[in-house]
Design a protein around this ligand. Sequence first.
Ligand code: C5P
Length: 231
Amino acid sequence: MAEIIVALDVQTRAEAVSKIETIGEAVGFYKIGMELFTAEGPDVVKAVRDMGKKVFLDLKFHDIPRTVERAVRSAAKLGVDLLTIHSTGGRAMIRAAADAAAEFGAAGPKVLAVTVLTSLDRTDLEDVGITGRSPADQVFEMARFAVANGASGLVCSPMEVGRLSAALPAGTLFITPGVRPAGAALGDQKRVATPAEAVRDGATHLVVGRPILAAPDPAAAARSILDEIRA
Ligand code: C5P
C-alpha cells in the first residue's frame, strides 16, 4: 500500500519532534527539506530516526558527480531512506548517486530524481535553453532518462504520475506532493489530486504537509488520509 510521508516544513528540531509526537503511530515517514536541514543539520535527521521513523531527505543534490556521490554516502550514513537529486545533473551524476546508494545494499537510501520543478512553466524552461518541448513532455523525457541511468524513482505531481507510471518499469517509486483530501484547503497548491486519485494513478508515496500539520487533530487527519488510500 502507498505510504504517507509528512513534510516537516518547520524551522526547528523541537518543532519537528513535537509534530511527530502529536501525529504518533499513524505516520512512519517524514520529509526533511532544505529549510529544516539548513537550520538544524544532521542532528534533526538523527532525532527523527531515533523516534523510529523513516526519513526522506529532500535536498535535491545537483553538482559534479564526485561531490554528489560523496554527499549520497554521507546521507546514507545518516540512515536516510529516500533522497533527491536533480535529473538535470546529467547521466554521470545520476549514475554516481545511484552507485553510492547501492554500496549500502538494501539498507541504503533510494535515489529519487526531480525532473522539472512544478514552479516552472514553458517560458521559464525557454529562459534556460529548453525549447520545443512542453513542460509535461520535458518531465516525461527526463523521468525516463533518470530511471534509465539508475534512479529508483521520481518526485512528480499527481497530474503526471499516471503517464509516468504507465511508461516506466514496475517497481519504480513515484512520490507525489500536491495531495489534498477532498474539501481540504489548497494553500498555495494549484493543481492537486486527492490521495485516492494519486494512488489510483500509481503514486507509491504521498507527501503531505499542511493537511496534516495544520489540522486541529493531526493524528486523525493522517488516519483519515490512510483510510482514503485503503478504500
Ligand atoms: O503543505 P503541503 O502539503 O502543500 O506540502 C507539500 C510539500 O511538498 C512541501 O514540503 C513542498 O515543498 C513539497 N513539494 C511540493 N510540490 C513540488 C515539490 C515539492 O509541494 N512540486
